[in-house]
Structure formats: C-alpha cells, structure tokens
Write a protein of this length. Structure first.
Length: 75
C-alpha cells in the first residue's frame, strides 16, 4: 500500500496501527473543561492498546463476532 495522507480537523482524533505492532495517536490539545466524546474514546483506545489483557479481550471478542457473522451467513 502506498503511503497515505490523512486530513484531520482540529477536533479529530486518530490512531494509526503500524505493521511492527506500534501505534501513533493524534489527539487535539485541549484547553478548558469541554472534551468531545471522540477525543475521550480516542484516548481510551490508545490506553487500551498499551494493555496486553485488554488487547487480548478485544481480539477474542472480534473472533467471536466474526464466527457469529459467518455462521449467520451460512445457508
């Protein structure tokens, strides 16, 4: 895949998962009390990616969801 440029608006949050297992985040610098839900979720996901137990649970849930969808699609 060729390199891709993402355009983020000032309040956007992004996580880029690298092939080598690392990740990069882009979260807006916030001053004040208001924090949009997407920024809170982005930060929560970034912290979850640093937790091996949570990553395992996410993968296991993903596997279960994929199996369920495959079974639902089977005639």
């Amino acid at each position: 895949m060729p390199p891709t440029t993402l355009t983020l608006a000032p309040w956007d949050a992004a996580i880029v998962l690298k092939q080598d297992g690392t990740f990069e985040t882009s979260l807006p610098h916030i001053k004040g009390d208001y924090i949009p839900d997407n920024v809170i979720l982005g930060a929560a996901l970034a912290y979850a990616l640093r937790n091996d137990d949570l990553c395992t649970l996410i993968r296991e849930n993903f596997d279960r969801e994929c199996v369920a969808k495959k079974e639902d699609a089977t005639p």
